[in-house]
Ligand binder design. Sequence first.
Ligand code: GN1
Ligand code: MG
Length: 363
Amino acid sequence: MTIQDICSRFTIGGKYIGCKQLTTGNINSTYVVRFIRDGEDKNYALQKINKTVFKEHEKVMDNIVRVTAYVHDNIERMGLSTKKFVLRVFFAKDGRPYVIDDGGNYWRCYRFIKDSVTYDSVKDLNIIRRAGEAFGRFQNCLDGFDAGSLYITIPDFHNTKKRFDVFKEAVRKDTCGRVKSVTKEIDKLYSLEEKAVVLQEYLDKGLLPLRVTHNDTKCNNVSFDKNTGEALAVLDLDTVMPGLVAHDFGDAIRFIANSVIEDDPDIEKVSLNLDKYRAFAEGFLGEVKSSLTDFEKATLNTGVLAMTAELAVRFLTDYLNGDTYFKISYPGHNLDRARNQTALALDVNGKLTVMDGILKKIL
Ligand code: GN1
Ligand code: MG
């Protein structure tokens, strides 16, 4: 089936002009498709959902439909444009929020906001601050949404303890014979384990509240107006599930405040940029601080360490298992990602006191 055939099953009309595949995203495959209707350009984001990662597509889509509807109502109440600030799901002609192609693949279709862009890396501190505001606003919009009503689409997604257990299992099994070449990397990660899993321990003890969180707060999951620089909708809602605010804060920081992108092989250049850190924290906390408990605030930076170490562990696990989870562009891509994130986690570990000082000022 062609992209045009798939489009024809959705409730989007007009003349099909063409499509372009995007290269961002480590899991799903995304195409921007262009239609012309009544002389007007209409763009959509068509996505093939990764079958290995998301085993229960219906549940993923059910979560997304309900979450976007809820956000829509709250954005409307805030007096903001629902067209720009909410991801819109287009339904198939059979009424389902997805189309199944001949090969059994699930496809979904979103509005692609005109003149919008996403950034894989950002230098401009104003843009970073706005990304923080966008994720904070998203979190606020979901306040009151019954977390228990969401399907857990990937169990233990940010259970850092379990991520380390799975990693150790991969090291023990060594199915691809790669362990001997990465023993230094493995040891570095083991040295971070105790500190990285502490959030999970707090959660297990009931010290932190579960909220509805995004769980994949990379800056390229926020769209921006190309012309005004305004932050628009929060994208990629596949992993919206109950979680910790520190996960969302930490994941965002490990991506946006790294001096280089997450797969840069030149790990000498990896470091946590404190100006970027401050800018994101100002934007995010400006939105959510009044709803956080004191203990949540106190654990935000632990979230940065936990999420960075967790990603390092996930990338290295995938490398050891033969690169079956994350999309790779070259052999060793996951190893580069793992080395990069390990270097960042070690840098974060050395900067925690300074980061705490910055947060204190903001809060
Ligand atoms: C994946 O699909 P994408 O690129 O937004 C992954 C995230 C990782 C991220 C690392 C479902 O996100 O958890 O943080 O790669 N998503 C899933 O870049 O595993
Ligand atoms: Mg994603």
